[in-house]
Design a protein around this ligand. Structure first.
Ligand code: PLP
Length: 425
């Protein structure tokens, strides 16, 4: 048998089972390829329309006034993500910072915000002021007298539109929609569900700002939140849109007046988007965006393969291998702590960087159990590169995402079912 994974310890038997999945996942792979092509051509067109040129790859320093490369890049981001303008900076160091900047840029004391997708991503709960120790004066929105409420998703995973409309009051300035499930058990929103929710809010409340947390969602489908009517969307450049090569940064896209308010929060009133030198990073951010549709398709194929294989061996996966996907996160439910730990160790050992390191569960701030994390990445914390996390508690769920090349994800999945002694379901 021609088993290219054998030197890594994948048995011919496991490789054979994996090869036989081809047919059942071919439809899902075809969808990924179609979306990838559409997104790739859209990105290429945006680069050409902006007339990007080698002169834009210089090394502006200091204040960064008239940074023409940065301006081109922001023009390209705006077109690709369907907004009037964008703010794309290496000075934004994470997705949390990008989304928090949107909240602080738009909301004022006395305003309320509503999250239409239940509890927001963990780090944003701290920004909003939902945690017990946020009583400390840490500058959360709550400390600025900004109110928060959340509306749970319906059991079918769609936004409870009636519930959201009911929750909106004259004080409501912003509705947050989180596309990805992040590290929760809910399904992610797909574009169709998101479009319905946005349209309903904007039709009845055109002045309410709809902000989408787009982390992990970029290029998974062929439309982005602002193309579906969102006023703002934001995310991280060390996730999908950085194409796996961006070393840091965040982006915000949307209505021009709102984007400028966000920029004024990040820099200072009066400075706005006019300062912030690109420091030589324009080339790599642009190249990362150019590669992103293909890189996202690799991680999607890895996730589809892994879910099909785990299902074959009797583990339950969300999304299931044949489900439509709206983000790159794959969760797998294992049976016990040993399997969670074993899987994360295998993910680590399958990496191009730090493959020799052994991850161990540890008590992480903000979690009520130990957590094990695996990541052997070129860029610290990059989760468009293959990584996996699992809290050591029932229901023994592991969240995995990313993969610059699908072979790495496939290797990890095959080694995992083999080492865990799974039996074919
Ligand atoms: C990753 C993520 C964030 C936060 O991004 P960081 O870069 O980790 O700060 C916010 N929301 C969602 C849905 C995410 O996946």
């Amino acid at each position: 048998m021609n088993n290219p994974y054998s030197s890594f310890g994948v048995s011919d038997a496991t490789y054979k089972v994996a090869s036989e999945l081809k047919e059942s996942i071919s439809g899902a792979y075809q969808r990924v390829d179609d979306i990838c092509s559409r997104n790739q051509l859209k990105v290429l067109r945006a680069f050409q329309n902006a007339r990007l040129s080698e002169v834009h790859f210089g090394f502006p320093t200091g204040y960064g006034y008239d940074d023409v490369g940065r301006e081109k890049l922001e023009q390209i981001y705006a077109e690709v993500f369907g907004g009037e303008s964008s703010y794309v900076r290496v000075q934004i160091s994470s997705g949390t910072q990008a989304i928090a900047a949107c909240l602080y840029g738009v909301l004022r004391p006395g305003d309320d915000m509503i999250c239409a997708t239940g509890l927001p991503y963990d780090t944003l709960c701290t920004v909003i002021g939902l945690k017990a120790d946020d009583a400390k004066s840490n500058g959360s929105l709550r400390e600025f007298d900004i109110g928060f409420s959340q509306v749970e998703l319906k059991t079918d995973g769609s936004v409870d539109i009636e519930g959201v409309l009911h929750a909106i009051t004259p004080k409501t300035k912003l509705v947050l929609i989180q596309k990805s499930k992040g590290y929760s058990t809910r399904p992610c929103l797909n574009s169709a569900l998101m479009a319905d929710a946005i349209r309903s809010v904007k039709t009845l409340h055109p002045d309410v700002v709809v902000l989408v947390d787009n982390c992990y969602g970029e290029f998974v489908e062929d439309q982005e939140p602002c193309e579906l009517g969102a006023d703002l969307c934001a995310g991280s450049l060390i996730k999908n849109p950085g194409g796996g090569i961006c070393p840091s940064g965040g982006y915000i896209v949307g209505r021009a007046d709102l984007v400028e308010k966000v920029a004024s929060h990040v820099t200072a009133p009066g400075l706005g988007s006019h300062v912030g030198p690109s420091l030589g990073f324009n080339r790599i951010i642009a190249q990362g965006l150019y590669l992103a549709p293909h890189i996202v398709s690799e991680s999607m194929k890895g996730a589809i393969f892994a879910s099909a294989l785990f299902e074959k061996f009797g583990f339950s996966c969300a999304p299931a291998s044949t489900d439509l996907r709206g983000d790159i996160v794959q969760s797998v439910q294992f049976e016990n702590a040993e399997q969670v730990i074993a899987f994360c160790k295998i993910v680590q050992a399958s990496s191009p960087v730090d493959a020799f390191v052994t991850p161990e569960p540890w008590p992480m701030p903000g979690y009520d159990s130990d957590v094990i994390m695996a990541a052997g990445t070129f860029t610290q914390g990059s989760s468009i590169e293959l990584s996996a996390d699992g809290p050591i508690k029932s229901p023994y769920m592991v969240y995995m995402q990313g993969g610059l090349v699908s072979e790495q994800v496939k290797l990890a999945a095959m080694l995992a079912v083999e080492r865990m002694g799974g039996r074919i379901a």
